[in-house]
Design a protein around this ligand. Structure first.
Ligand code: NIG
Ligand code: FE
Length: 421
């Protein structure tokens, strides 16, 4: 077997047990844990993994092969962040302190904070500055083990500045070692001074078609997302945006049930959306629907933690119902200024009550499905892309345990060493 990359001396290699498909119910917790392992890759894909002596006995290394010594560390698939709002200017540290004093997200938004506050800072920002801020943040994500990352627009909220955000995302997709997936989200909030109905009509008539032209030109698969919640957009608005976006060939996502349940999750299932995200207040019926469709349930435990909410998403119930449960960061300047997936992994165990193995699969395999990339990413199985996270710790349990300290030592993207301590 030919290989141009050998990751040797792995203390423990952990990846999903099954070699294809999204993971539901008891499958979510099934992993292969290989001790004293090695991983061989060729041309950016995994070719073989297992006991290091057995792997090496089968290999024919190319003359220019890279041999990387993992130093007895843990190895997992590169982490996939399927939900971020990583491009923004300014910061909302004052809101964090207001929340510490007991103010809620809704009260802060009503007082001029929230999404609209980031909109004001982001509208004033140039394309170059947005790309440079985004690039710096992506580098931090990469150093924390994230190899694939979705990024949403939604802090422009005008035709010109939403397109500027989208353009910044497309630039980052070209230049970053992290694989970037764009999501167009002009329906993130109604900009100050606009009437909601008129804004939704503008989104549908002007913004979605313009975004479609931009991404079609560069042939980039793109999602459209909408914030369906009290004080933001209604179920009817969501339907209108879904219809228009689907017509233009976008894949769909929705922020649903974060504060109240408006029926967006059922709608997402009906429209075959790639994912519905948040789900703190999802109804029992909708959980059952998620158990029978391909729409991924993306849970964001960093947000309920950062907003200091009393309750978290009903992860155990969703797993029991057979939903495809994924975990993401929701990294944004307001409700979750946390980008570290190893930290989010800790919260998944602590607050969502996922096992350490379930959390790994939710951050890799199912997260890749939330981005419609599950056939290529999220596993270390033969034929999958060689996106690899190498840790300074040697056992899976030590990742959530070390909350707050970055356990990542090195990262390979498509077989290429892109970060090394
Ligand atoms: O996913 N819920 C809507 N959007 C973001 C919050 C964005 C912000 O506060 O800037 C979220 O939590
Ligand atoms: Fe979000």
């Amino acid at each position: 077997m030919r290989a141009d990359l050998l990751i040797d001396n792995i203390g423990e290699l952990v990846t999903a047990e099954s070699e294809s498909g999204s993971l539901r119910g008891s499958e979510l917790g099934r992993v292969r844990r290989l001790g004293d392992a090695a991983l061989a890759c060729f041309d950016g894909q995994v070719v073989c993994l297992g006991n290091r002596n057995e792997v090496k006995a089968q290999l024919q290394l190319t003359s220019d092969a890279t041999i990387y010594d993992a130093g007895g560390g843990l190895v997992t698939p590169g982490l996939v962040d399927s939900h971020t709002h990583l491009i923004f200017d300014g910061n909302r540290s004052a809101e964090f302190l207001m929340r510490c004093q007991g103010k809620t997200y809704a009260e802060i938004a009503a007082a001029g904070g929230g999404i609209v506050a980031s909109m004001l800072a982001t509208r004033d920002s140039s394309l170059d500055r947005l790309v440079s801020l985004g690039g710096l943040r992506l580098q931090r994500l990469l150093e924390s083990g994230t190899t694939t990352c979705e990024i949403k627009t939604g802090y422009g909220l005008s035709l010109e500045s939403e397109l500027r955000m989208l353009e910044a995302i497309l630039h980052l997709r070209k230049q970053s070692a992290v694989e970037v997936l764009p999501t167009f989200m002009p329906a993130h909030a109604v900009p100050t001074g606009s009437k909601k109905e008129e804004y939704v009509a503008h989104v549908i008539k002007d913004m979605l078609p313009a975004a479609s032209r931009m991404v079609t030109e560069s042939a980039v698969p793109t999602f459209v997302d909408i914030f369906c919640d009290r004080g933001y957009f209604t179920l009817d608005d969501t339907k209108l945006v879904f219809e228009a976006a689907r017509e233009l060939g976008f894949s769909l996502k929705v922020h649903s049930d974060e504060f109240v349940s408006l029926g967006a999750t059922a709608l997402a299932c009906k429209y075959g959306a790639a994912s519905c995200d948040h789900l703190l207040n999802v109804s029992e019926e909708e959980m059952a629907m998620l158990g029978c469709c391909e729409t991924v349930a993306v849970l964001l435990p960093g947000t309920s933690f950062y907003l200091n909410l009393a309750a978290h998403a009903p992860a155990r119930r969703l797993v029991e119902k057979g939903a495809i449960v994924a975990i993401a960061s929701d990294y944004n300047p307001g409700s979750c200024h946390i980008f570290s997936l190893p930290f989010i992994w800790g919260l998944s165990c602590l607050h969502l009550k996922l096992t350490v193995e379930e959390a790994l699969n939710a951050l890799t395999v199912n997260a890749a499905y939330a981005l419609k990339l599950g056939d290529r990413l999220g596993r270390l199985s033969p034929g999958y892309q060689a996106d690899v996270a190498i840790y300074q710790v040697s056992r899976l349990e030590e990742v959530p345990y070390n909350m707050g300290w970055n356990p990542i030592k090195a990262v390979f993207k498509k077989g290429r060493l892109v970060h090394n301590l």
